[in-house]
Design a protein around this ligand. Structure first.
Ligand SMILES: *Cc1c(COP(=O)(O)O)cnc(C)c1O
Length: 500
């Protein structure tokens, strides 16, 4: 039984983890680009070539393979050339805690499996609730913002169905949820999973910059009710994924509360503001929500997964309780987190946040997020002053939306057509990774700056590479030629070694 971690193999575990850590450390220190730029067809061939039915090759050979197959081609979020999605570099104490929780393998579903782990998770939920301003709050760690939003809307659905005199089956198709066009796609997906109608998510007008217009919300709720619908919840986003703007939570609550509508704040992105020494005011009013989504794996620099759903009244969580004789029978008075979770067996992810807060203190975590937001503000200024670039709105957090306007792309249509090929060519080079999205019907490039160690010069280099790619692409007509261009760019040095 030498493969299992037991009292007899503890020494081998120590060596294996030390060896693994040193492999990873070498890779992190040596990453010259955020991505190797390997082609998907080649990666597929490498993956397919592994015979999963073959006899075991042993730890060393298996890890050699992980090294050459995975680490060679992983995407490195700590590299300053990575600026695509909401992925953060991770803090060291959290990675250390990850090693602890993987080895102990605690499951926090019932108290008798996790004991003090349960109490630590609950203490962190209370801590988060206090930061939000929920003195009687409760909640649970989840796998991510998607699950947290789904859970919140499930609780809101149960509350709405409980509050109406109509029978459940009749009330369900009448439920509606309000959100802006900038809200996360998991809102629509949750509505689908919760059995709501296709038209259940009502898009509320924004102020032209992506923030919900509270007066438009009032009108939308009243119109829905007049049409015989049952307003179930409004989702305010505290940090939209693309624009990085924050819905006016206090004004939204002032509209929703008297109308009896559940306010959910999706702070998956903006939750780092809870510990920000300089920007906590941006989420003023969040304490008026009924539920809040926080993604510690975004703005608290935690490894995936680390997220939570927090509710203002702990008692609201009871809607999801279910009792099994073998696990958490009703007469069991222990604090069983399975009673308030959508999951059963569940990782002790809370240990990562615990270790982080104790090692660094909350202010330091908030400073890291503030630093990333400062960088984005400086980049906004930089782009506004650059005649070859066009800024698409200002983020309150750390996203940057922009377009390139090279001389060879004289009008909007030509510039719009450049967005997808620019992103693709850069991705295929592996040198800098940026994202693209659509704002007000027009495509644009997006940077998500969540690396506090990235400097303004690093981002200037990203912008330079983007402009070079756009200029080269603008000289070529149509998507069909992009493959040729990728090769041309490699020759022209755009896909060369990163200087950052
Ligand atoms: C990222 C994000 C989510 C989804 O969170 P996951 O952890 O990826 O499931 C939800 N809402 C917003 C605003 C987000 O930015």
């Amino acid at each position: 039984m030498q493969e299992l971690l037991t009292d007899r193999t503890a020494h081998r575990y120590r060596d294996l983890v030390a060896d693994t850590a040193s492999r990873v450390a070498n890779r992190v220190a040596g990453a010259r680009q955020p991505f190797s730029g390997a082609e998907r067809a080649d990666l597929q061939r490498l993956v397919d070539a592994v015979d999963l039915d073959a006899p075991g090759v042993g730890d060393t050979a298996a890890l050699d393979e992980v090294d050459s197959l995975f680490l060679d081609n992983a995407v490195w979020f700590h590299h300053p050339g990575y600026a695509a999605h909401l992925n953060c570099p991770v803090v060291l104490p959290a990675i250390a805690a990850e090693a602890v929780l993987a080895a102990v393998n605690t499951s926090v579903d019932t108290y008798d499996q996790s004991t003090v782990g349960t109490l630590m998770e609950r203490r962190l939920i209370d801590w988060t609730a206090e930061r939000i301003g929920f003195p009687a709050g409760g909640g649970v760690f989840t796998s991510g913002g998607t699950q947290s939003n789904f859970h919140a809307l499930f609780l809101a659905r149960e509350a709405a169905l409980g509050a109406t005199t109509a029978p459940r089956r009749e009330a369900l198709p009448r439920l509606v949820v309000f959100a802006t066009a900038s809200s996360h796609f998991s809102v629509g997906k949750s509505a689908l999973l919760l059995g709501l109608e296709d038209d259940a998510v009502v898009t509320v007008h924004d102020d032209g910059h992506g923030r919900m217009d509270a007066a438009a919300l009032a009108a939308a709720i009243d119109a829905a009710r007049a049409a015989g619908r049952i307003p179930m919840a409004v989702v305010a986003t505290a940090g939209t994924t693309d624009r990085g703007v924050i819905d006016p939570v206090a004004a939204i609550a002032a509209v929703a509360e008297p109308r009896g509508v559940w306010v959910h704040v999706d702070a998956a992105y903006g939750c780092g503001l809870l510990v920000s020494p300089r920007r906590r005011h941006l989420i003023a009013g969040i304490e008026r929500a009924r539920s809040v989504t926080v993604d510690f794996h975004k703005s608290f620099f935690q490894p995936v997964s680390s997220s939570a759903l927090v509710v203002r009244e702990a008692v609201d969580l009871a809607a999801g309780a279910w009792h099994a004789d073998y696990l958490n029978p009703l007469e069991n008075a222990e604090p069983n987190q399975v009673d308030v979770s959508l999951q059963t067996t569940r990782r002790f992810d809370a240990l990562k946040l615990w270790t982080t807060l104790r090692s660094m203190g909350p202010d330091r975590v908030g400073e890291l997020f503030d630093t990333a937001i400062d960088l984005a503000a400086a980049v906004h200024d930089e782009i506004e002053a650059d005649g070859e670039l066009e800024l698409v709105g200002r983020s309150q957090l750390s996203t940057v939306l922009f377009r390139v306007r090279p001389a060879a792309a004289p009008d909007d249509a030509a510039r719009d057509a450049l967005v997808a090929p620019v992103r693709r060519v850069l991705f295929e080079s592996g040198r800098v990774l940026v994202a693209k999205t659509v704002i007000d019907g027009r495509p644009c490039l997006k940077l998500t700056l969540l690396n506090p160690a990235t400097t303004l010069d690093d981002v200037r280099e990203i912008l330079r590479v983007v402009k070079d790619a756009a200029t080269a692409l603008a000289g070529i007509a149509g998507e069909a030629s992009v493959d040729d261009l990728t090769n041309d760019l490699a020759g022209a040095g755009v896909t060369g070694e990163a200087t950052a």
